[in-house]
Design a protein around this ligand. Structure first.
Ligand code: ZN
Length: 423
């Protein structure tokens, strides 16, 4: 193993692609302003050495060290690489191919080939980290994708992967009445022995986080209903936590959310049916909500909603009510759009909608997508611009703390001190 690691270290530079070959010892970045993950600092500069940020402060106090290259970024704001909180690199938009058909008919190699392009688009859009929450029937392909990115074979964000995710037997999809034993979009497991085993299997295969579906649309008339008991969910959390990993729960019903929160999950994904009582419980237990407003927006549009002309569909009304209730209760929000439902590279849509439709300030969503997500996901080495942290940096035209649209004007992307995009 030691030998393999050494070999890997020597080989890595040779694997870097043409766009990543430059890596001098020091780079001084001179933007118009620096957003450090909390606050905007006009006139600051940032020094990068190797993979890390070594200094940040007023430009006059930061002369370029001998041999350093200087990159002038006039009119641009430099900020920490954005952190996508909820992606599915192995899915593509449902208006191109339905979820069922992606899971049932697309060959694994096709899905992985697409995912490599998705990873590149994500990085080019300024997202240098993504929490990828389930391969949806593509097994452990996310682990291999992460490895290909980490080894420099393909460009992409740093990944936290959930692998297969856990569902209660019979609750998930695809379902076809005439066909038994269809491949499923996640791993079915129930009860004490099976759940412990399934959690450990996923972790053994490389899961960084464990994802569980605490409810799903398996009720009468396709209504969302809880799946696992509190006892089952608690067991999942305890088994994962013993290995230093957290659990995230898909939940859109108040009861599914309540059970997941009581069991000790770290984030709730979606949360559409959350009540003031459930959000109060989330606040008390320090559980964050990842509202995925962009996925609701996209699905509603795919179903014919003409935004701005038609009245809001129930899905959108519910989401507004839930996000407002979560805010009132003081629940911490993670920024994650469920990208894959809508196009990869379009990750900023979640942030735009939170500002334009949900009343957040650009500064609030920018903090969520940087220092906020880093804290919630236990990523102490990123999400801010400060000495000692990873040099994951993005420069955008304009001031994203005032104009959320600036996030669409990405001019520079650096990950671990390596430039993937520059003016
Ligand atoms: Zn999702």
């Amino acid at each position: 193993m030691v030998f393999r690691l050494l070999l890997f270290c020597f080989l890595l530079p040779g694997l870097a692609t043409a766009q990543t070959v430059q890596n001098p010892t020091a780079t001084l970045l001179h933007p118009a302003a620096v957003f450090d993950g909390q606050t905007l600092h006009p006139g600051w500069a940032v020094l990068v050495e190797g993979q890390k940020i070594t200094a940040a402060g007023p430009a006059a106090s930061l002369p370029a060290p001998a041999g350093a290259r200087t990159i002038e970024l006039p009119g641009l704001t430099l900020m920490p690489g954005l952190i996508e909180g909820h992606s599915h690199l192995l899915l593509h938009p449902y208006n191109e191919t339905s979820w069922n058909d992606q899971v049932l008919t697309e060959p694994l190699a096709l899905r992985v080939a697409r995912a490599t392009v998705h990873a590149q688009k994500t990085l080019q859009a300024g997202f240098t980290t993504a929490r990828d929450l389930g391969t949806e029937g593509a097994g452990y392909a996310d682990v291999g994708l992460k490895q290909a990115i980490d080894e420099g074979i393909i460009p992409g964000p740093r990944l936290l992967v959930a692998t297969r995710a856990l569902v209660a037997t019979g609750s998930y999809g695809p379902h076809l009445a005439a066909v038994e034993d269809l491949p499923q979009g996640a791993q079915e497991a129930d009860g004490v022995d099976n759940l412990v085993r399934a959690v450990r299997e996923q972790i053994g295969h490389g899961a960084d986080v464990v994802k569980v579906y605490a409810d799903y649309r398996w009720g009468p008339g396709g209504s969302a209903q809880p799946t696992y008991s509190v006892e089952e969910l608690t067991l999942i959390v305890q088994t994962a936590r013993a290995t230093g990993r957290g659990v995230v729960a898909h939940a859109s019903t108040a009861e599914g959310m309540r059970r997941a929160v009581l069991a000790g999950v770290e984030t709730i994904e979606h949360g559409d049916g959350g009540t003031p009582e459930v959000f109060k419980l989330m606040k008390e237990r320090g559980v964050a909500l990842c509202p995925t407003v962009a996925a609701s927006d996209a699905i509603s549009r795919y179903r014919g909603w003409k935004k701005g002309q038609d009245p809001d569909p129930q899905r959108i009304i519910d989401k507004h009510r839930a996000v407002q209730a979560a805010r009132q209760a003081g629940v911490t929000l993670a920024m994650g759009g469920d990208v894959g439902v809508f196009p990869h590279g379009d990750n900023a849509l979640e942030m735009e909608l939170l500002v334009q439709d949900y009343g957040f300030t650009p500064l609030e969503v920018l903090r969520q997508a940087t220092s906020g997500n880093a804290r919630i996901f236990h990523l102490a080495d990123r999400g801010r611009i400060a000495p000692g942290l990873l040099a994951d940096l993005v420069a955008v035209a304009g001031d994203p703390t005032q104009q959320v649209q600036a996030l669409r004007q990405v001019r520079l992307v650096m990950k671990g001190g390596v430039l993937y995009r520059q003016p």
